[in-house]
Design a protein around this ligand. Sequence first.
Ligand code: 13P
Length: 254
Amino acid sequence: MSLRPYIVGNWKMNGTRAMLSEARAIDRAAQRYMKVEVAVAPPYTLIHAVHREAEQIAVGAQDCHPGTDGPHTGDVSAAMVADAGAKFVILGHSERREGHGESSEEVRAKLEAAIEAGLEVILCCGEPEKTRKSGEQEEYVLDQLRASLPDTLDQAGERLSVAYEPIWAIGTGRTPTLGDIGAMHASIRTFLVERFGEQDGSQIRILYGGSVKPDNAREILAVAEVGGALVGGASLTADSFMNIALAAGEGDDQ
Ligand code: 13P
């Protein structure tokens, strides 16, 4: 498994074919930033088109259904996104947990379906503001992970990343302190090693997400156990997104 920083753009519900020029620009820049692994998750409608443009970056989906096929109007299966060119899928994002009432049990079913379909998974977790205020954030996040992850990984550890995204930091311009990010990532690492053993548990990358921008990326990515970033708003232009990638590569433009 590559240990390069993993910088992933989550385009959320943004982007029509007009955005393909940004995807091309991201891909071209990524070819020069080889110290960093760059990926984007566009809406379903653009997965195939971005995949066709991309020579360097991986393309992913933002969700998938836990089933393989059948009467699920409006849903898309893991095999379908893989067929469209997705290499990974983001699962359990707070905007799905909150906006679509997704439980951790449902996220776990999706995760198992995605692994079965050969996809890599970025599993999201993160606490709401009131939980952070009450000081119960670690318990909350570890409970989410406990219920969203399978009991064993069966060699799939290298295909899994966890993204810690405090809900109150998403799209707000606010971030936890570096100390708070470090504390949460350390707890997640301890949990993963306890759950899956040293070998699998220590190789799962733990990304941070929530208001990552070019001007805070370098310090956040330098925190121990931060293996990359899941970026929303700042991934929508090649310029800001690739400045984050540049910061992740410590300025190396090789
Ligand atoms: P922002 O970077 O816009 O805060 O979004 C973070 C996020 O939700 C990525 O999945």
